[in-house]
Design a protein around this ligand. Structure first.
Ligand code: F0G
Length: 475
């Protein structure tokens, strides 16, 4: 029987601290404080728990009990039903809008495309979240902490999904005002429309995501606004639950590979932490391998990890190659550029945490072209519920790793589909279109030359005979 995570009379702050990830610093700070970096050395922060005092179930199966309590909104949540694995807030203070009702689909159509055996490839549809992306997993945690801290305004820079998620949590809870920073012209309309519709103050910066990220950090500090980007360690706690739900859907069996697109590298970082903690708690006996997939036009992690050999190295990350590469990007004005606008990021803020996750999960990094991303996306859509371009990088990456022989046909692989199909209809329509001009304008400029898996609309005169003929010809 699952016990509630915490003794609600106890001082909850004792269960968690914010700890600097740099082992040679290791400074810790109260969990009930607002910071996005270490005061002492400036590095990223983790949430660390006093596990001896948390009533974690003896096995992962113990979490099934929480689902039976789903008339309680907190246990209905696909995040908070794992509260015992992220117990930084008392259960009665957590905020939920019903996030985490997502689906792991056994996808044989994609398995064939990737070159895997039947029944071995799974797609984790995180686009089924309330705001249509995986961000809600983390946002409910960040907004919970923000609310505990009495925040009345919360901000983020975004390629679109974080902003949509923050805007939704603010509108649905009415607890705080959302202020979002987006790069001008750098956000898919589905996402921008959400922020506008949900009433967020939307600040369009004349620049890209990397510029917006720098500015939002300055503004949050200057005006004392709560920052919910993934430098916020509480947000990443919520994102761990994506992996808990994957395990749950696999009847608590650990897969061989987790494949995930990489942008700001929050997801990959949180997955590493999730598996490391489960292993430490004795809830799993092995950790899957991680593959982080960059878009070719935004491949800083690939460049640093695979080409320049930068490693976590037990916390002694070699900074020289990172600084050198940043200088090159500055000097040559290299800007991220990909149809997968969600991951159009060249200066990932969670780089070090992701390097740590790659070490813990024996990970690899790959980059895929926009052509590969869109072809994989069409395959996902043709046999399932679809996804946005960035999400399909995971499937394109799995295909590449399969071709390289790193993934075996008999491995069990989970590709995380991070965002909903309808987030970016422009890219989808441009891929399937018969309008060559639209194709060239939207995709051709990014090196996409063909749409091998396009499902083209059939144009017919407004005549019954012609319509019937067309249907008989094609279906
Ligand atoms: N996929 C989608 C659909 C995303 O929106 C993002 C990130 C990623 C993948 C990359 O995830 O940053 O954890 O490596 N979107 C952020 C945003 C940056 O602002 O919405 P990551």
């Amino acid at each position: 029987m699952l016990q509630t995570a915490t003794n609600h009379n106890a001082n909850q702050t004792d269960l968690a601290v914010q700890r600097c990830i740099n082992p040679s610093c290791g400074a810790s700070f109260e969990s009930r404080s607002v910071r996005t970096s270490c005061d002492r050395c400036g590095d990223l922060l983790d949430i660390e728990y006093d596990w001896d005092r948390v009533a974690v179930p003896a096995s992962l199966r113990g979490f099934e009990e929480a689902w039976s309590q789903r008339t309680n909104p907190v246990r209905f949540s696909g995040v908070w039903r794992f509260h015992e694995l992220l117990p930084f807030a008392p259960l009665e203070q957590v905020i939920t809008v019903g996030e985490g009702q997502t689906l792991l689909q056994k996808a044989n159509h994609v398995a064939r495309y990737v070159g895997m055996n039947s029944d071995q490839l799974y797609l984790q549809y995180e686009g089924m979240n309330p705001s249509g992306s995986f961000k809600d997993n983390g946002m409910c945690a960040a907004v919970t902490h923000a609310n505990m801290m009495g925040a009345k305004r919360a901000a983020c820079a975004s390629t679109g999904n974080t902003s949509a998620s923050l805007a939704l949590y603010c509108s649905a809870t009415q607890l705080m005002r959302a202020i979002i920073f987006v790069g001008s012209g750098k956000i898919a309309y589905g996402k921008l429309s959400q922020a506008l519709d949900y009433g967020a103050l939307t600040v369009q910066i004349a620049g890209d995501f990397d510029d917006a990220m720098i500015r939002v950090r300055q503004v949050a500090k200057e005006l004392g606004i709560y920052l919910v980007n993934s430098v916020n360690p509480f947000r990443l706690e919520g994102q761990k639950t994506i992996m808990f739900r994957v395990l749950e859907a696999l009847n608590w069996e650990v897969p061989d590979w987790i494949v995930v697109p990489g942008g700001n590298l929050g997801n990959s970082s949180s997955f590493g932490k999730a598996f490391m903690e489960l292993k430490k708690l004795g809830l799993i006996d092995r950790i899957p391998r991680l593959a982080v997939i960059n878009a070719g036009g935004a491949d800083t992690l690939y460049e640093l990890f695979e080409r320049r050999g930068v490693r976590w190295n037990d916390g002694n990350v070699q900074m020289d190659p990172i600084i050198e590469y940043n200088d090159i990007m500055d000097r040559e004005s290299i800007k991220a550029d990909t149809i997968a606008s969600a991951i159009e990021i060249n200066r990932p803020v969670n780089l070090k945490k992701c390097l740590r996750a790659l070490e813990w999960m024996n990970g690899v990094v790959r980059q895929v072209s926009d052509q590969e991303i869109l072809d994989a996306k069409a395959k996902v859509g043709a046999g399932g519920f679809g996804c946005e371009p960035a999400s399909a990088a995971s499937v394109a990456g799995a295909k590449l790793l399969r071709r390289e022989g790193l993934i075996a046909p008999s491995d069990r692989v989970v590709c995380v589909l991070t965002g909903h199909e309808l987030k970016d209809p422009t890219a989808t329509v441009a891929y399937h279109t018969t309008d060559q001009e639209l194709f060239n304008k939207t995709l051709g400029s990014r090196g996409v030359s063909k749409a091998s898996h396009a499902n083209r609309a059939v144009a017919v005169p407004n005549e019954l005979d012609d319509i019937i003929k067309a249907i008989q010809l094609y279906a």
